[in-house]
Design a protein around this ligand. Structure first.
Ligand code: GLY
Length: 259
């Protein structure tokens, strides 16, 4: 039984968006187009049955629209992260009060730990925790302990040697029904337990970051082979234009907190 989501939190890209962190080398983003793509994303979430909370731009934090990195949400609690990039660290100060409106229990990753939500992949009652340039071993241990307290299990995947993966979920996504999308950028021999891998062709690696929400799977537009793969497995993909977020190292999952 896969998680049913009812809500999502998003943040509109601000005027400072192009000042965010990027290694993509795809050029500067077009803010007007990014906002259009963001609005289409928000509409897609509504179409998936979610009530959405859209926060105003946070001009002090150019990467603020990538809200996923600021919290780990599950049915039992919200865990506020401590983002690994110094320029993003205070994004949580704005988000925590919003989360208090939805969750009775809030926990917080503390220094010297760092965790980015993009490194955390929930697969039913088990969490895969990526150790990356953003999520350090101390943060991963703190999170693992919080999850254990809440009755979940977790395991670590060290992606620090994978230079093409910013976050763990740059290269994997949980689809539900025990299936995990996996790009070839993941470390060879990664233990996925009982999860069934759905491999993404090397040229479609960006599409590995997709988002299963209730009866749909949000996928980046422009990857018809991967979209057809999902359809053949019985999923209902919903392609969304992501060009202006890809330019800033962002993917579909980064743009919302779903719960
Ligand atoms: N630009 C998104 C990030 O680096 O976190």
């Amino acid at each position: 039984m896969s998680t049913r989501f009812t809500r999502a939190i998003l943040r509109t890209p601000g005027e400072s968006y192009a000042m965010g962190i990027t290694s993509a080398g795809l050029g500067a983003p077009n803010l007007a187009l990014a906002r259009l793509q963001h609005a289409a994303y928000a509409e897609a979430l509504i179409g998936c049955g979610l009530h959405i909370t859209v926060l105003p731009p946070d001009e002090a934090h150019p990467d603020g629209c990538f809200v996923e990195d600021t919290a780990i949400l599950n049915a039992k609690a919200a865990i506020v992260t401590r983002p690994g990039a110094v320029s993003r660290r205070d994004e949580t100060h704005v988000l925590a009060p919003v989360l208090k409106g939805f969750f009775d229990e809030l926990r917080t990753i503390a220094a010297p730990g760092t965790v980015d939500g993009g490194d955390i992949c929930q697969c039913e009652e088990h969490f895969l925790i990526g150790i990356s340039a953003r999520t350090n071993p101390e943060g991963a241990e703190q999170l693992s302990q919080f999850l254990q307290d809440l009755g979940y299990t977790s395991s670590f995947i060290d992606i620090r040697a994978c230079k093409t993966l910013l976050h763990l979920k740059t290269g994997i996504s949980y689809l539900g029904k025990g299936r995990l999308v996996v790009s070839g950028d993941l470390p060879k021999g990664t233990d996925l337990g009982a999860l069934i891998p759905v491999h993404v062709a090397p040229n479609d690696a960006y599409a590995a970051n997709c988002v299963a929400i209730n009866d749909r799977v949000l996928v980046a537009a422009g990857y018809p082979r991967f979209t057809a793969q999902l359809t053949s497995l019985g999923y209902d993909p919903l392609p969304l234009a992501m060009t202006e977020f890809q330019k800033m190292d962002g993917g579909l999952s980064c743009l919302s907190l779903r719960f």
